[in-house]
Design a protein around this ligand. Sequence first.
Ligand SMILES: Cc1cc2nc3c(=O)[nH]c(=O)nc-3n(C[C@H](O)[C@H](O)[C@H](O)COP(=O)(O)O)c2cc1C
Length: 401
Amino acid sequence: MSEKPNVIIGISGGIAAYKICILVSSLKKQGYNVHVLMTKEAEQFVTPLVLQTLSGNKVITDIFDISYTPEVHHISLAELADVFVIAPATANIIAKVANGIADDMLTSTFLACTCDKLIVPAMNTHMLENPVTQDNIQKCRDYGMHILESGEGYLACGTTGKGRMPEPAEIEDAIKEVLQKEKYLAGKKVLITAGPTCEAIDPVRFITNHSSGKMGYALATAARNAGADVILVSGKTSLSPVRGVHMIPVVSAREMAEAVLPLQQEMDIMILSAAVADYTPVTIAEEKIHKTEGGMQLELERTTDILKTLGQNKRSGQILVGFSMETENLVENSLRKLDSKNCDYIIANSLRQQGAGFGGDTNIVTIISKREMEELGLLSKYDTACRILKTVSRREKSCTC
Ligand SMILES: Cc1cc2nc3c(=O)[nH]c(=O)nc-3n(C[C@H](O)[C@H](O)[C@H](O)COP(=O)(O)O)c2cc1C
């Protein structure tokens, strides 16, 4: 049995259909088994050939095509599915699935599916706001389907308003949330830090590092999907905020400390993945520093060690997780950090390994505690985050019960 879930994507005849190619490609790259079903109208907007190539599976459009093997029969597909997503979902397809109409391959398979269902409406604002469409969407909700709200913005029909299909990354995020059925962090308060800090030198320059924030955002997403109440304290990144997560944006190490430390006592789990500056300029020049002949000296002072401060004030039952990025002696340095900062876990990664570290979508980490050392192989940052949270939650449960 394959490890990754089976995702059925039903595409109906909306202008946003072309964007689904990006979603299919992204899911496929992460190892999901993706099956695409299209309505006849959807074929006007994007060809089955594109989606077949991207998904690696036959794209099904015609329920009466006798060339299909039994595995692509609508009932077999329905049994295989872990989640069925309709994106974009036209007003027409929403009306059909809300009322049990099964007049093509997409709607027949949908009706036969017992898995979780996610509908992503996308249409002109007046179509969306029409009480009939609203009733149909509500009906879908009442039948237990998940609805991903449309966004607002410029619509292909030339107007601006609600009805825009969320971007593929947002749909992917919603799919992962729906797939995470086991809410093993339900009721838990989790604080995560992410990204770099920027230490100002003058009004135009600062000291920073290469952290992209991707690992921390993946942790926040995975913790939310596991049912936690999540606060994400984030340095400057180019990433979109995580839906359903309370975000506190900060810039400097000082701001990060001021945001994190007062929250400590109410948290069950704290995971510090931000790359916080150890040193900051003693003074920030009020005006831009102009160059002169010869070198220049910059006087730096230590910033607050947030992890250490949290470790010193850790209450019983609270779990503290630090990250350690090393260029040498990964395990020795991480074990030292575990001890000196009073952490429960150190997530260690090496800058020297390909596929690990800053910027990319993958990581290779070792989860280190006093009792165990677990090496995770090359995984996406989201899968790495899920594995870290599972390990941490096992300890959390054993602490509190
Ligand atoms: C250029 C064009 C763009 C369309 N875009 C949308 C859309 O974004 N949302 C929608 O609900 N219908 C849209 N429609 C109308 C649907 O294609 C039409 O209702 C069709 O019957 C839907 O069929 P299906 O739901 O079986 O795919 C569009 C039609 C055209 C011609």
